[in-house]
Design a protein around this ligand. Structure first.
Ligand code: FES
Ligand code: FES
Length: 157
């Protein structure tokens, strides 16, 4: 079937079977491999993307459910010059990245939170990351990086 939606700000139309997941559509049909597959059963958050402003696990969304939606993946998160944005820079600065498998999902969770709540408390940051598992970092540095980004964005004119 033909599926049409907005992907990282651009209109896309793709022919794909109706019974695949959005995760597989992104990775296998659109070659956007930044979104990771961890558990494939909705428990790890590695596959998280933003769908119409809400964080979703793309392994739990059927591809046809993207029809007419606005989807943002990790490839759509960057600075104006194409380099890392402030959140990604803070992940680097705070040592919030180790093996990296969880990081695209963590960045999407952080972006989704900061778009909805520019003033998150640390408890709210932790709650926003509740669906994203990391086996490496212990989460502290990730929370620090998101908190620093929130402060930086609030300080911008
Ligand atoms: S791969 Fe989707 S939640 Fe784990
Ligand atoms: S950095 Fe390895 S799972 Fe998070």
């Amino acid at each position: 079937m033909r599926i049409e939606f907005i992907l990282n700000g651009e209109a896309v139309a793709v022919e794909a079977p109706p019974d695949i997941t959005l995760l597989d559509l992104l990775r296998d049909y659109l070659n956007l491999t930044g979104t990771k597959e961890g558990c494939a059963v909705g428990e790890c958050g590695a596959c998280a993307v933003i769908k119409d402003g809400r964080l979703v696990n793309s392994c739990m969304v059927l591809a046809p459910q993207a029809e007419g939606c606005e989807i943002v993946t990790i490839e759509g998160v960057h600075a104006a010059d194409g380099g890392p944005n402030d959140l990604q820079q803070h992940f680097i600065e705070y040592g919030a990245v180790q093996c990296g498998i969880c990081i695209p999902g963590m960045i999407m969770a952080g972006e989704a939170l900061l778009r909805q709540n520019p003033h998150p408390t640390r408890a709210e940051i932790r709650l926003a990351l509740a669906g994203n598992l990391c086996r490496c970092t212990g989460y502290q540095q990730i929370v620090d990086a998101i908190e620093a980004t929130a402060k930086g964005r609030r300080a911008q004119p």
